[in-house]
Design a protein around this ligand. Sequence first.
Ligand SMILES: [Mg+2]
Length: 521
Amino acid sequence: MHQPSGDRLTPPVTPGFPWPRLPVAPEERILAQSLCPGSSAPAPGDRRLVGSARRKASESKGDACGPHLRHLRHLWRRHCGGRRAADTWWPHTVAQVPPLAPGALSASDPQGRWICPVGNPESSPCVRGPGRPGGGDEAPPSPLPRLRGRSHLPSVQSPPTFGFLLDIDGVLVRGHQVIPAAREAFRRLVDPQGQLRVPVVFVTNAGNMLQRSKAQELSALLGFQVEPDQVILSHSPMKLFSQHHDKRMLVSGQGPLVENARALGFKHVVTVDELRAAFPVLDMVDLQRRPKTTPLPRNDFPAIEGVLLLGEPVRWETSLQLIMDILLSDGNPGTGLATAPYPHLPVLASNTDLLWMAEAKMPRFGHGTFLLCLEAVYRKVTGRELCYAGLMGKPSLLTYQYAEGLLARQAARRGWAAPIRSLYAVGDNPMSDIYGANLFHQHLQTRREGAARSCTAILVCTGVYSPQAPGPAAPALGGEGPPFHGHRDLGFNPGLLQAAHVVSDVHEAVRLVLGKEGWAL
Ligand SMILES: [Mg+2]
């Protein structure tokens, strides 16, 4: 692979690669080959290359294309240098660039705007063009057919260096209904082949379903294929806790609990119902569920080695009781210990949302309320604080770090080897979406490793947040003031509730980001 050196634009060349023969004028072929040593065919991405070559030639004549050429050169270095491999980028580039008519010198976007003059210094956007200082309003005639659909851009767009973290409820859907703006947003983000133009992950605090089920639901609602590994449920980061994956874990929640736990990597899981069946005398709140006879004590039940709290359970009194039994007995609920072990067994928990909105006029209890109960009971009984080995779901840093990793993997899989530097988190809940994005941005400012440099919080008005409603409150002091709904361990900094942008919906958010990143709208 040839690396760029000095001022020379030297494209990567993979010997033997079957470069597609796009139509190129003879003089352009010569220029392309001069910049692409070893290539017997017109250079891949030839329009860009030929355009660069011509601009380079015109630059030497001292015309106004210098800034444009320098921009191209910057892009070239950024995307061709370092780890970028020719065989991962060029095919993608070629695939995205529609064939150019022989001798064609320009291209237009679907709105017919002139976006990519190629080769002719006289028609360079650096010299004149729509919306440019001193430029004319008339675009040169385009040799390409006008394309239908905004996402079908004959773009020479470089690989993305940014990605989206999209909340689901209140941003893309309300209940089972898709928000119309979400479909508009994805018309801009998906190319004509149904592939995303930028990496996107869907980050939700829901957790009582399977990742693949959520992906299927989103695919049906949004009209393009969403892969399961693009979906981050509140407990998805538990995959990172491999040190606990071989332990025998008690799992609390509802829905496909065991399947979820196994998908997260936990090989040995015991549900609360299974534990209750093994030790019937533990669950005594409901008179109807008390054992009618006294069962024999058993000592053949392997010890529990940790607790997974995946989501709110359906019988809180049973789950609270049995989880406490496990923590107080060091995993052996058939025995009684004189003193509770501390530190206790590892507890991993996801989704700290205190409340959530359903069809009812008033908010419903979320898993955060269940955690609050468990923490209060543990503190009251033992005099110590319940400690979490891991607390995830928005707004925890863990979730954003996990999302960053998935975005990077998604980009690599698509052959976009440019590092994803800028993250854009779009959400409707200031306390989870905005607080979490700002918390992660704050973390990125001091982090030395990793690719991401920023995480921008964008608040939409299609869900929890309403511009007319008062914002989330700070922790109350002395019983006065508004209540604080965040989790105990995540602290509270009112400054982190301020979104960088407040927009009407996710479509406006996507337009904003594409504009900021210099991408065609
Ligand atoms: Mg939401």
